[in-house]
Design a protein around this ligand. Structure first.
Ligand SMILES: Cc1cc2nc3c(=O)[nH]c(=O)nc-3n(C[C@H](O)[C@H](O)[C@H](O)COP(=O)(O)OP(=O)(O)OC[C@H]3O[C@@H](n4cnc5c(N)ncnc54)[C@H](O)[C@@H]3O)c2cc1C
Length: 383
């Protein structure tokens, strides 16, 4: 059996690994000219953690995971408002979950597949046709590839989805926020090594995450319902406008944009797709169900979804309809729960008003109190 996988992100690489484990061959088609590194920090847990364990990649992921020594919430003047120490952070995360860079998850998966799965970089899909016997993908390099199944793992703005399921506008649910993330060449002096500093005011949040191995991530998330900036203008123009006058480490972090290798800058949008497959074409990961960073679960769903997809294909040989129906029935309730969570978090994330901000941080403030921390540690870590 053979699959064409569009996209070499977490979902695409995880699908290639799982399919290899069940005896399939795959071809991965990736638009970028080469692999992406770094990215941003994600919390990886839940069904992704379980799947990683089953797929045999958990030790490699754990070796690249990082632990935050302290999470500090700042006041607009830069002073500390409150903080969570290592123990409190661990308690809020639970024991089967880790902090890791998105690019490091991709690296672990890539190391598992690059010997057994060809990846065609700098290439995209331009047409997809299918019949009862197979699926044919026309690629931008002029070739036509044939396979039993085509997996669209090409992210939020999936070309596969547009070609086979229809325009993105039919499925995109904007959550009225923008996000920008990039790696910083230099850690601001005000952020201690191995810690995360964050400041939220006036509908804008900035965070600097020091991984502790010399790598640092700058994160910006802000509300757009106050017309703060515009996607088409690009981050170099928009971020300085939106974060103007915010003080603290903001000017230094904005200056870091000039030397960074790449910037992730996009709307925070969910993908709500009624059915994730059409015949022999199936969407996976953000292309199918993007839950957004508000849910903090997209990488987990990408790996968990790939694992379950492989299992469903293995257990229903030759019957794609049965396999994809079973797979979706198993996964959809979890995705819908996380999408609802993402929509709820939207209303408390980067609130514009100070009282709402104080309330939104209350659970974290409570988690910082020793008795609550001890309770959470008992409940989530030892329990
Ligand atoms: C700031 C931020 C924080 C996050 N935090 C968390 C978190 O804490 N926990 C968590 O679990 N998740 C988190 N997520 C979500 C998580 O990162 C994503 O859900 C996950 O990376 C999705 O992987 P993917 O492979 O589906 O898509 P993507 O990572 O978008 O990968 C898609 C791949 O397809 C390629 N591609 C795109 N178009 C084409 C095309 N036409 N042809 C060929 N290739 C193409 C792209 O170059 C890319 O390599 C966060 C996301 C963001 C933005």
């Amino acid at each position: 059996m053979r699959a064409i996988i569009i996209g070499a992100g977490i979902a695409g690489l995880a699908a290639a690994l799982r399919l290899h484990q069940i005896g399939w061959e795959s071809l991965i088609v990736e638009r970028a000219p080469h692999r992406r590194g770094g990215g941003y920090a994600v919390t990886f847990g839940g069904i992704g953690y379980d799947a990683a364990e089953r797929m045999g990649i958990l030790p490699a992921l754990q070796a690249r995971a990082f632990i935050t020594n302290e999470l500090v919430y700042h006041k607009p003047n830069g002073q500390r408002r409150f903080s969570l120490n290592r123990e409190a952070i661990a308690a809020t995360m639970g024991s089967r979950s880790m902090n890791i860079l998105r690019g490091d998850i991709e690296t672990v998966l890539y190391e598992q597949v690059h010997d057994n799965t060809p990846i065609r970089f700098g290439t995209t899909v331009t047409a997809v046709n299918q019949n009862d016997t197979g699926v044919h993908a026309t690629l931008s390099d002029g070739t036509v590839e044939h396979a039993d199944l085509l997996i669209g793992a090409d992210g939020l703005h999936s070309t596969t989805r547009t070609l086979v399921f229809g325009p993105e506008d039919n499925y995109r649910l904007d959550l009225d926020h923008m996000v920008a993330v990039y790696m910083l060449d230099k850690r601001p002096a005000a952020i201690a090594e191995g810690t995360t500093g964050t400041l939220s005011t006036g509908g804008r949040t900035i965070a600097v995450i020091s991984i502790g191995d010399g790598r640092n991530v700058a994160f910006f998330g802000y509300r757009t319902d106050r017309n703060l900036g515009n996607l088409a203008d690009g981050p170099h123009k928009v971020l300085p406008q939106v974060y103007d006058g915010m003080g603290w480490v903001v000017p230094e972090v904005l200056a870091g944009m000039k030397t960074t290798e790449s910037i992730y800058f996009d709307t925070i949008s969910q993908m709500v797709v009624d059915r994730w497959s059409r015949g022999r074409v199936v969407l996976l990961g953000d292309a199918a169900w993007c839950v957004t960073l508000f849910a903090g679960y997209g990488s987990a769903l990408a790996v968990g979804g790939a694992d379950l997809l492989g299992t469903a294909l293995r257990d229903n040989p030759g019957d794609f309809d049965a396999a994809l129906t079973r797979w979706e029935a198993e996964l959809r309730p979890e995705v819908e729960r996380k999408q609802k969570l993402g929509q709820r978090v939207k209303s408390v994330y980067a609130p514009a008003n100070p009282v709402a901000l104080w309330l939104s941080q209350l659970p974290l403030r409570l988690a910082a109190l020793p008795p609550v921390r001890r309770y959470m540690a008992r409940r989530f870590i030892k329990g």
